[in-house]
Ligand binder design. Structure first.
Ligand code: FAD
Length: 426
């Protein structure tokens, strides 16, 4: 049994939603496009899961955050897909792909064939077991990648008002979940091996700004150590967390955010991989000309850096999706993807944006005891990265524009003195 489509999007996350909208804008016909997703719901804005979804009041719930609301575009509800003749195959895992035959085999035994395939399989959360710790399946141990995970965190929070949560990991997920837990009046201890939070992006100075704020909200940080085991009661619930430094922390719930791994498994040995993802060119096309890769799973050339990167951020998922569809539908008119890497986060009432690359020397600016702080990264005499907390729309646009221009910087002291003013006058 099988069905055939001109275009198939494999994966139903952020990139899939934005690709679907772009397909309709460029005139895909009824019945030509199909989206296959393991998730039981139509594509949604994944970042909402650690933010609005976990709030105690005015919680974000579907359908309010289906794509593409994150970019002030249309909200693509299941009805929208139906009206546009797009087949949504939900709750269905693809278990194998045959790129030679151009077919996908689903776990339900159906073969779906394509002329063009967009791989948008994203990434999965790394499990503690991959680091030699068991207990991930305990009822009150939570990860956060999809709606099911977010519901689990929400239920765990509801079941322990005023209780203790241990957050393992000091990256995006850890920081955003810790803030949401505190807002829900849960006591939070964050545990991570690095010297400071957001170690892949923040400088020690920026990190301490956020850590101080978190501490003022009651969060405790335990750094430089890792989880070694859980104490689990006869009901299968974690009651305490043992750390490698010997400490024992009582726990009513645990949230684990220790990184992600791109979902490339279906294509290993069939497509060229790079940086842990599917290698694509400036048109988001893989080593097989009928297959494109977008979002977290794609390693694409970043012109500005002169090298390929795999980015795990929502803006890159949205834009790579649009560009791939443009390249598929109008190849002659579509140039190379020219992307300025952009990350953001919102925690408590704070909000930051980062553009570019965090390499080279750093210049900080702003009042680190106030609400607006920032930094520039300067590499080989050029400004390559910009960070800003608490900016206005115009200020964020200014740092983005400045980073894209890559201006030469002769005097770091002068750049520090000008601070945000530098971006505003470039
Ligand atoms: P995903 O959105 O992960 O979608 C992948 C889809 O593929 C899923 O539907 C999955 O079920 C499906 N799939 C995978 N394998 C199969 C298979 N074999 N068969 C069928 N379906 C399959 N980024 C930011 O820049 N800022 C933020 O503030 C931010 N917050 C975030 C908060 C959370 C809680 C999370 C989890 C991520 C956050 N991100 C953030 C990252 C951002 O959400 C991702 O970069 C983005 O979702 C990537 O989109 P994608 O379409 O590539 O992958």
């Amino acid at each position: 049994m099988g069905r055939a489509f001109a275009y198939v999007i494999l994966g139903g996350g952020v990139a899939a939603g934005y690709a679907a909208l772009e397909f309709t804008k460029r005139g895909v016909s009824q019945g030509e496009l199909c989206i296959i997703s393991e998730e039981p719901v139509a594509p949604y804005e994944r970042p909402a899961l650690s933010k609005g979804f976990l709030l105690p009041e005015a919680r974000a719930r579907l359908p309010s955050f289906h794509t593409c609301v994150g970019d002030n575009e249309e909200r693509l509800t299941p009805k929208w897909y139906m009206e546009h003749g797009i087949e949504l195959v939900l709750g269905t895992r693809v278990k194998s792909a045959d790129v030679r035959r151009k077919t996908l085999l689903t776990a339900t035994g159906e073969t779906i064939s394509y002329k063009i395939l967009l791989v948008a399989t994203g990434a999965r959360a790394l499990k503690l077991e991959e680091f030699g710790v068991t207990g991930s399946d305990a009822e009150n141990v939570c990860y956060l990648r999809d709606l099911g995970d977010a519901n689990r965190i929400f239920d765990a929070m509801q079941s322990c008002p005023g209780g203790n949560a241990i957050v393992i990991g000091g990256g995006y997920i850890g920081m955003e979940c810790a803030a949401s837990l505190v807002i829900n009046k849960i006591n939070v201890t964050m545990v991570f091996p690095e010297a400071h939070c957001m170690a892949r992006l923040f400088t020690p100075k920026i990190a301490s700004y956020y850590e101080d704020y978190y501490k003022s909200k009651g969060v405790t940080f335990i750094k430089g150590t890792v989880l070694s085991s859980f104490d689990i009661d006869s009901d299968g619930k974690v009651t305490a967390v043992n750390l490698r430094d010997g400490s024992l922390l009582p726990a009513d719930m645990v949230v684990v955010g220790i990184g992600i791994r791109p979902n490339t498994g279906l294509f290993e040995g069939q497509l060229t991989l790079e940086k842990g993802g599917i290698k694509v060119n400036g048109k988001l096309q893989s080593s097989n000309s009928s297959i494109y890769a977008i979002g977290d799973v794609a390693a694409f050339p970043v012109k500005l850096f002169g090298e390929s990167r795999r980015l795990e951020h929502v803006d890159s998922a949205r834009r790579s999706a649009r560009h791939a569809v443009a390249a598929i539908m109008e190849p002659e008119k579509t140039g190379e993807f020219d992307y300025l890497p952009f990350f953001y986060s919102r925690v408590f009432t704070m909000s930051w944006q980062f553009y570019g690359d965090n390499i080279g020397e750093v210049v900080h600016y702003g009042d680190f005891s106030g609400n607006t702080i920032g930094a520039y990264w300067v590499s080989k005499g050029y400004l390559v990265g910009s960070f800003l907390e608490g900016g206005t729309k115009e200020e964020y646009e200014a740092i983005a524009k400045t980073t894209r221009l890559k201006p030469a910087i002769e005097d770091l002291g002068e750049l520090e003195r000008q601070g945000l003013g530098f971006a505003l006058t470039v």
